[in-house]
Design a protein. Structure first.
Lengths: 615, 327
């Protein structure tokens, strides 16, 4: 008897607890509502920064409203934190982010137009497309009090960058026909760069950080192996000599990097007081997105980038919380579907791609049919929660080189069927697709396992293509073996991948587009196939990329890059899917927030201040 | 003297073991399809030359056996090598070891000082309501997956605001006074300790209870009781001493877990310990770092077992006799 009572009691407790949970989580009268849409904000930007001379010092003057000094902003980075504090060694985004805070470059980018604007340089001038004359600011100092002069600039470029120290990607991208640009000191505050040929992308590279010669020279003298470990994350932040608005105060591995205000920074407000307003800038190092969201909700973070389902939830929270959500437009990343256009054989004499499949993939009608069968809008709605924009061009939607003539189009299965018919494909009575020699159209589609977004796209692409009677075997594979397939074994049919691009410089994608590029995935040529046959349009893209880099003014360059985008749009070696939107939430107490598509939300960190009354 | 000889012999025996462990782990990591440069390869702005240089720097262009030889040589010299990012592995480990030790030491101390007495209590009061209640509680403790429990506690922290959301120190830690620092760290430790404590407490309590029950049922305990010894003497002098033996072996394993036990919980709580470091190293195939941590784990395990054996010799005269007889 007692026992039965026990059982009933325990059961009752369990039932009540479960019931309580259900009641809280699912409101009973929750009708289906449309997702609140985050509109791209209309931001009124302050006038451009300008140089003013006070007591012989060339200050840069911010035109943003005057704010109050003090306070801290806590942001976050996902992952294991910076790998190095040496700006010339950084190979990952977080290390670059940290060094960009600490070290200023000669130029930076206008947050709205994307044009180069002076930063550490007072002014710059480009002559004949090859000579870059840069005047430095008088009276600007390193954090140890030594002036920043032409010697530092010449040392940084000649000894570190052109000398091949650290991460050599800048050096590799300015080599033109095996020749490096020259850099000369004209006087203490004037430097001249000369490129062997006109090379337009060079000007964006001038945003690279400048190093203090008196600190870096001893490290450079000790050789490249030493330089790779110089200013590692174990180094004492007190020994860092920097030029940026903030300097490193403390780095706690796997927890945070704390930056403090540089009291002698050369940016001033309209009241002629030295910026930045904030005393501290903290980057918390969080392991994953979920933890980041929890930290923001718990009030430990002040700013956060949001994705997917979180946006809708935060939009609801926004009404009675202390933060505002900003939509700053499409991402620079491009998600694409690509077919293997390879017709070559491997070392053993076998084709990389089955000859039957080659016939399909080489056929422009087939590629176009696939493109028209893909329902981008559906993917945007269902995979990206409506927070993305369909993409049809090789340049990302916020690129200043985007070809706006290339119009988006909707899914059109009839058009797809027509194109397939034109190429001799036919359907049996069950709707299965066969090619003109009677082979069933069946191929593999791969993407990297673990990336839920790409896996979801893969499933939808498979369904879309099965509407055309194709048989698609969708196999997510492990990231490393995927990369191996794409760049060395080349035994794949169709892939879903993404690349990150630069919204400012299409030449950064030359490894993808040049026909012998290291990432020319859709028709990868290994070392032994370097001189194999190219498509006419591949040759044209080669021409466009080489000449696009040589042209000097923006309008001339844009013509070249417009044409390359048009070729990709028509030939469809890569079928673009969508670009996610970037959504940020930031606490209301922060003022002078002018989000921009190119700059993000905290690019003007020096101008951001805290208004305490406004909680 | 005997005991020193025994220790020496045991240490000699571990050398071939460590060699085998290192060989197996090295080959498994290197033969797995993880390419440390995959990320770089898919970056459009990385040139062929950079990739080539990276391959040479990491020694990936050489056969595996040569790579192993190189690693083993420097390991014997006491040099753990550098990580894929050019930092000293030893420095990297050194910054994480104290954090992990702090967490696991607290957990082990708490769970032993609570779990063992609770186990004894349950065994003495066998089949009483107290015993039943403890059984239910420990069953719950063992049944909840640690990461799930950790996530629940994190949500609890966010909703109530009583505890910080993960980490070990607050962002203004540097400006705090000594007392505030201790308070700050303790506040951060509460949740991860709770998770790990619940988990290991349950196991320990049940183990202790079962051991003691076994012993209490044996003939010599019955005899001692029949002889008229006080219940206190029977349990604490005779029964407990025999019941504790398996616990000492367990302690040896716990010692090995000191540096490797809490990876999952560390990850959920963003605790800056070894677990997170090693997880990332494995994913990126950062060979020197992974090998260092694996070897550390192996050495800790061997050491833990050795300590347990020595403790057993001290507590259990039977083993002492046997060893003495052999030597």
């Amino acid at each position: 008897m007692k026992r039965i009572f026990y059982i009933i009691f325990v059961l009752a407790v369990v039932i009540f607890i479960t019931k309580a949970c259900i009641k809280r989580d699912i409101p009973q009268n929750d009708s289906v509502r449309l997702r609140p849409k985050a509109k791209i904000m209309n931001v009124i930007y302050p006038a451009d920064q300008k140089t003013v001379v006070i007591n012989g010092i060339d200050y840069l003057q911010s035109q943003a409203p005057i704010g109050k000094f003090g306070g801290a902003l806590v942001a976050s980075t996902i992952g294991e934190g910076p790998k190095t504090f040496n700006p010339f060694n950084s190979k990952d985004n977080i290390s670059s982010l940290m060094s960009d805070i600490m070290y200023d470059g000669l130029l930076s980018t206008h947050p709205v137009t994307g044009k180069p604007i002076p930063k550490l340089a007072k002014s710059f001038e480009i002559q004949n497309g090859t000579d870059y004359i840069i005047k430095l600011r008088h009276g600007v100092k390193w954090s140890d009090g030594k002036p920043i002069t032409a010697d530092d600039v010449v040392f940084t470029w000649r000894d570190i960058i052109f000398g091949g120290y650290g991460n050599t990607s800048i050096r590799d991208s300015v080599v033109i026909d095996g020749q490096l640009p020259e850099v000369y000191k004209i006087d203490d505050y004037t430097v001249k760069f000369v490129t062997p040929q006109p090379f337009a992308p060079f000007v964006t590279l001038l945003a690279s950080p400048i190093a203090p010669k008196h600190i870096y020279q001893p490290a450079v003298r000790k050789g490249k192996a030493y330089f790779d470990t110089f200013l590692s994350t174990n180094a004492d932040p007190k020994t860092f000599v920097t030029s940026g608005a903030f300097r490193l105060k403390e780095y706690v591995p796997a927890q945070r990097a704390v930056f403090e205000r540089n009291p002698d920074y050369y940016l001033i407000n309209t009241d002629n007081k030295q910026l930045p307003y904030l005393d501290k800038l903290v980057y918390l190092i969080v392991g994953d997105v979920n933890n980041e969201v929890l930290k923001f909700e718990g009030g430990e973070l002040d700013v956060i980038g949001l994705q997917g389902a979180n946006v809708a939830r935060f939009k609801e929270l926004e009404k009675h919380s202390d933060f505002t959500i900003y939509n700053i437009g499409p991402d620079t990343g491009t998600m694409y579907l690509s077919m293997n256009l390879n017709t070559r054989r491997n070392d053993k004499g076998d084709f990389y791609v089955d000859p039957v499949k080659q016939m399909w993939f080489q056929d422009k009608n087939f590629r176009t049919a696939v493109d028209y069968a893909i329902d981008r809008k559906n993917m945007v709605l269902n995979i990206a929660n409506g927070l993305a924009q369909p993409l049809f061009t090789a340049e990302s939607l916020n690129s200043i080189f985007l070809n706006k003539e290339l119009k988006p189009y909707d899914r059109d299965l009839n058009k797809s069927r027509e194109l397939l018919k034109k190429s001799g494909f036919y359907w049996d009575k069950n709707g299965k697709l066969y090619d003109k020699s009677g082979h069933r159209v069946e191929f593999n589609l791969i993407t990297n396992a673990g990336n839920t977004e790409r896996e979801a796209i893969g499933v939808m692409v498979k369904q879309d293509l099965e509407d055309l009677g194709m048989k698609v075997n969708f196999k997510p594979v492990e990231f490393n073996s995927l990369v191996n397939k794409l760049v060395s074994t080349l035994d794949w049919d169709m892939v879903i991948m993404g690349f990150t691009g630069s919204p400012l410089e299409p030449n950064g994608g030359k490894n993808v587009w040049l026909s012998d590029g290291t990432l020319h995935v859709y028709n990868m040529r290994l070392e032994k196939d370097k001189y194999s046959k190219r498509f006419g349009w591949e040759k044209r893209i080669d021409y466009l990329f080489i000449h696009g880099a040589l042209a000097t003014n923006f309008e001339d360059r844009k013509k070249f890059y417009d044409e390359y985008q048009e070729i990709i749009y028509n030939e469809k070696p890569m079928i673009y899917i969508y670009s996610p939107l970037r959504i940020y939430a930031i606490r209301n107490k922060f003022k002078n927030i002018f989000p921009s598509s190119l700059g993000g939300i905290t690019y003007n960190i020096e101008e951001i201040y805290i208004n305490r009354e406004d909680k | 003297m005997e005991i020193l000889k025994y220790i020496f012999k045991r240490i000699l025996q571990t050398i071939p073991l460590l060699i085998i462990v290192s060989l197996i782990s090295f080959f498994i990591i290197r033969l797995s399809p993880v390419d440390p440069l995959a990320e770089l390869r898919l970056n459009p702005s990385v040139s062929k030359e950079t990739l080539q240089r990276e391959t040479e720097r990491l020694g990936l262009d050489k056969p595996i056996i040569v790579q192993y030889g190189k690693w083993a040589k420097s390991f014997i010299k006491g040099d753990l090598g550098i990580t894929a990012n050019g930092e000293q592995v030893s420095a990297k480990l050194k910054e994480r070891i104290p954090n992990t030790l702090l967490l696991t030491a607290i957990v082990i101390f708490l769970s032993w000082s609570v779990g063992v007495p609770l186990g004894i209590l349950a065994a003495i009061n066998w089949k009483s309501p107290l015993d039943r209640m403890l059984t239910v509680l420990t069953s719950i403790g063992m049944a909840i997956p640690s990461f799930f429990f950790a996530v629940l506690l994190l949500i609890f922290a966010v909703k109530t605001g009583w505890f910080p959301v993960g980490g070990l120190t607050s962002s203004n830690f540097l400006e705090m006074s000594f007392g505030e620092k201790i308070l700050d760290i303790s506040r951060h430790l509460v949740l991860p300790v709770t998770v790990l404590f619940t988990l290991s407490l349950a196991g320990l309590q049940r183990q202790m209870r079962a051991n003691l029950l076994d012993v209490l049922d044996s003939d010599y305990v019955k005899f001692a009781r029949a002889k008229g010894l006080s219940e206190f003497k029977v349990i604490f002098k005779h029964a407990l001493r025999n019941a504790i033996n398996p616990m000492i072996t367990l302690l040896g394993f716990e010692f090995a877990g000191l540096l490797s036990g809490a990876a999952l919980t560390e990850y959920v709580f963003q605790y800056p310990g070894l677990g997170r470091l090693i997880l990332e190293a494995v994913l990126k195939s950062d060979i020197n770092l992974v090998m260092a941590s694996l070897m550390m784990g192996a050495i800790m395990l061997v050491l833990g077992n050795l300590i347990a054996d020595i403790l057993l010799i001290i507590t259990d005269p039977r083993i002492r006799q046997k060893n003495g007889g052999q030597a």
